[in-house]
Design a binder for this molecule. Sequence first.
Ligand code: FAD
Length: 246
Amino acid sequence: MALIPGTVGAAPVQNIGAYGVELQDRFESLDAIDLQTGQVFTLNAAQCAFGYRDSVFKHSSSGNASAGQQAIGLKNRALILRVRLSLPKPWKPVLNYADLERKMLEQHCSQPSPQQIFDWVCDIRRAKLPDPTVIGNVGSFFKNPTVSLEQCADIIARDPKVVHYVLADGSLKLAAGWLIDACGWRGKSVGLAGVYEKQALVLVNRGGRSPVESATGGEVMTLAKAIQTSVYERFGIWLDPEPVVV
Ligand SMILES: Cc1cc2nc3c(=O)[nH]c(=O)nc-3n(C[C@H](O)[C@H](O)[C@H](O)COP(=O)(O)OP(=O)(O)OC[C@H]3O[C@@H](n4cnc5c(N)ncnc54)[C@H](O)[C@@H]3O)c2cc1C
């Protein structure tokens, strides 16, 4: 999770993750204050209901009553005060991400140290992602969609090069960046909002920093919608945005 920008308190909200590890994999518990009652309470991982870039902090109590169940949500209700992490001993690196496997081969190193992995992840991220202090962006704009084997078989038959990962439950995660790239979006713009040249999953501000010079929210959302529509028309998959739009 090296180089993911943000605060500790926000990390569980989005269940941040990258390169094969998510916060939930190292999470023990957190303390939060109920903004309505002022009571401090503790939640374990199960109570946080972590999912892919998702948690109990992104849902309202009444928001998800699917399957007839009243879901408990803490959206706008809790301020996270403290996060406890639990690191496994002995340390066991997670190295099964394609970019890291490539680094191990390049460097002829099959047992990297934690510092080496940290440095590799920073290198990979710097090569692919724009520095938000230089080029305005929110990181990955879309979540990688999860599809069933049947859905994916159809897509692979049409586009054999589609980048995908098999998940523990047998479903497949497709690389949203690849889908966007395949639709020809890399480097394109709507007004001052653009698709980053080195990684199609990232939308960037091609304007200046001041509000009058920068891309507008409308331009970003128009671009995002156009990308969603073209990916849907080609692959039958609707990409969900990763950032919360306010
Ligand atoms: C260049 C770039 C790269 C990125 N790469 C990744 C990546 O690889 N993986 C990834 O997962 N994310 C990534 N992100 C997204 C971002 O880093 C995370 O979502 C991070 O958690 C945001 O932290 P923040 O402190 O800025 O939170 P904010 O964006 O300020 O807040 C996020 C949400 O959490 C809530 N919140 C914040 N603090 C608290 C608190 N203490 N208690 C309760 N609610 C709170 C806010 O109200 C808001 O709803 C990237 C973003 C950028 C700009």
